[in-house]
Design a protein around this ligand. Structure first.
Ligand SMILES: *Cc1c(COP(=O)(O)O)cnc(C)c1O
Length: 450
């Protein structure tokens, strides 16, 4: 399971992402010099030097390739990138150029995308509690679809659209299926805050009310089971459940819904050997299940929509840190880096662990078991527990953390006022800054009282 063993001398010049330990790194990853890695043709050690640390590196080709993999696996479906995983203007452009739509959860995500040129009609607005500002922004910018998530939204939205207006909407239903990598990211069960339950009839009730609003056009049902799902099965169960509801709606209201949105949640490996969701299998089996369920119910097959976030951007990102201190306690060696839970809250939120790797120098020291921690004032600020790093790891070393593209910076905080890290894109041997580091001046400029 560990990745930290240096490859043998003969393999160093040509080692690629397929070599042992690099399976979770971007496909462009190479080892140009013994002890260094390059992503997108750019040395990670040079990136740490040029931009300082912590810094997040995004492999543009990896993002684009992953968008294309989805388009190829789901040629008849609409693929929306879930912007909450990571969004900046460049990311919006890449996703647009690769032909994907966008799924957003706030006026902020929506406005950033549209003001950088993303076509609003290819954007879907989600949210379990949309503010009046969210809805006003969506209507002002002409968002494609709004996914209704609570009964109170229906009248509010209908009023905001106005009697002469028109807005496409979907309804987020809860199929009553438990799936996902952690309790905090399971959203398909009945007892959580998202969506309207099929079991309890809330979904059916909301749909009847939407049908009474002529300015709202119901195009289909939406369900999102959760995140870090590595098995196809829950998606197939969701298809059955949602098509079952579609059949009842057809009987009761004569309704034929043209779209079915299965959400995202496709799991990826954060460490070598961990499972990932097989997209080809997902596509094939979902298509077959949908065709079969619709045939049984005598319904036309709706157009499928999927919303991957993590699986598009997660594996394309690498975080770089400098080691600040190495501390030996009775039983542990703690290697502390210059970032942590303020740029990556996932370990503290979900208890996940990463496999950082020493880069920038070759060490012939034997591997030692260490725990890599962040610099923040919380004992849960732990990036990696009991992983192998060379025993001579020391302050000044650079550690690289793969699979850092999703739900790191988008969840970053201002904790301890260290400032959020910059994002640099790499492509064809060239690095460029996408988002600059947050400075003390940025922080101070918001602090307007005394
Ligand atoms: C978060 C979310 C997604 C994306 O989830 P991933 O695990 O990043 O694929 C898709 N749809 C909805 C509604 C979401 O809330």
């Amino acid at each position: 399971m560990t990745t930290v063993h240096e490859p043998t001398a003969s393999s160093t010049a040509t080692a690629t992402a397929t070599s042992a330990g690099l399976s979770v790194w971007p496909a462009s990853t190479t080892e140009p010099r013994h002890g260094d890695l390059a992503v997108g043709g750019v040395s990670l050690a040079e990136l740490a030097d040029r931009f300082g640390t912590p810094v997040y590196v995004l492999d543009e080709a990896e993002v684009r390739d992953r968008c294309r993999t989805y388009r190829d696996a789901f040629p008849d479906a609409e693929v929306l990138y879930a912007a909450k995983a990571f969004l900046c203007r460049a990311m919006a452009h890449w996703v647009d150029e690769e032909g994907l739509g966008l799924d957003v959860c706030s006026a902020g995500e929506l406005e950033l995308a549209v003001t950088t040129g993303f076509p609003p009609e290819r954007i879907t607005l989600h949210g379990n509690a949309k503010s009046p500002h969210d809805l006003d922004t969506a209507l002002r910018l002409g968002v494609g679809r709004i996914v209704i998530d609570s009964p109170s939204e229906i009248a509010r939205l209908a009023a905001a659209v106005g009697p002469g207006g028109h807005q496409k909407v979907m309804v987020r239903v809860v199929p009553g299926i438990s799936a996902g990598g952690h309790e905090k990211i399971r959203t398909g069960t009945d007892d959580q805050k998202f969506g309207l339950s099929i079991t309890d009839g809330y979904a059916q009730h909301a749909i009847a009310r939407i049908l009474d609003q002529p300015q709202l056009e119901l195009t289909g049902l939406h369900c999102h089971l959760g995140s870090q799902i590595t098995s196809v099965k829950p998606y197939l169960a969701a298809v059955r459940r949602v098509v079952g509801l579609m059949a009842r709606l057809h009987e009761q209201h004569g309704l034929l819904l043209p779209e079915l949105d299965l959400g995202g949640g496709h799991g990826i490996a954060y460490r070598p050997g961990e499972p990932a969701l097989d997209l080809t299998s997902l596509a094939r089996k979902v298509r077959a299940e949908l065709a079969d369920a619709c045939a049984t119910s005598g319904l036309p097959v709706p157009r499928l929509i999927i919303e991957p976030g993590r699986a598009i951007v997660g594996p394309a990102g690498v975080a770089l840190y400098h080691v600040l201190s190495v501390k030996h306690t009775g039983s542990h060696t703690y290697v502390a880096v210059d970032g942590g839970m303020s740029d990556n809250p996932r370990p503290a939120l979900y208890g996940v662990r990463y496999v950082p790797r020493l880069i920038g120098r070759h060490s012939s020291a034997a591997p030692a078991l260490v725990t890599v921690v962040g610099r923040h004032c919380e004992a849960g600020d732990i990036l990696a527990a009991d992983i192998e790093l060379p025993a001579d790891v020391r302050p000044g070393d650079v550690l690289a953390v793969p699979v850092a593209g999703a739900y790191h910076l988008s969840m970053a905080s201002g904790y301890n006022l260290v400032g959020r890290p910059p994002v640099a894109a790499v492509r064809d041997g060239i690095a460029r800054l996408l988002v600059r580091r947050e400075s003390l001046e940025d922080i101070r400029s918001r602090d307007v009282g005394l």
